[in-house]
Design a protein around this ligand. Sequence first.
Ligand code: 13P
Length: 251
Amino acid sequence: MIGNNKAKFVAGNWKMNGDAAQLRTLTSEIVADLGECNNVALFPPNTYLWLVREILRESTMGYGAQNVARADNGAHTGEISASMLVDMGCRYVIVGHSERRHTYGEDDTLIAAKMQCAILSHLCPILCVGETKTQRENGDIFEVITQQLTVGLAHIPFPQHIMIAYEPVWAIGSGKAATPKQIMQMHEVIHKWLAQQANECKIAVLYGGSVNADNADAILSIPQVDGVLVGGSSLKSSEFVAIAKSACAHY
Ligand code: 13P
């Protein structure tokens, strides 16, 4: 698993929030409280990567981007490539987040190309998978997730330096996290699928969707959960630090 050898991983996805002053304060408070924590990573909007890089210069904490281009250079107006992210010191990149899938129309094939670009640049991609409320109600959830994994990882030779984040769409930003039983069932399916690709590979599977300081400990206690991908609660330093401290107590 990636992180400080043993501790579970905690990623803070700030999405499209904050300005330079707010994010400077947030980053500084997180670093001051957590110090050396290489099992924690921050995902600011791209325009503030330089700022996080500056503040984390002396820290082992990682950072990354929320998205990446499907190509590495050339005529791709508005896009940012994996090698540019590496140049900015990124260690990680989130790929296929549900907001990219559902608001910006990204499909599994495009996501697979982005995964490949990230791997080729030696970034650690975090591939997000998750079902909608309707898919859950229809009982298709395991097929949906297996399909997202199969196509999204089609070009990835195993074992590989990647992580998977299970983020049920209905749990994101809803204040209603999946139950420990729902999380455990899906993580088990994902771990089994990964093990079929390569027996030896230990790929971290994170959970995301309304994780907060109150429910983090219960979620991180689930043996099949290797960490959490936190949205709203990563924008409050005290909440995020509490989640990260809880992760350090679980391995
Ligand atoms: P929330 O924690 O706000 O539900 O967001 C989860 C998420 O989308 C992280 O990528």
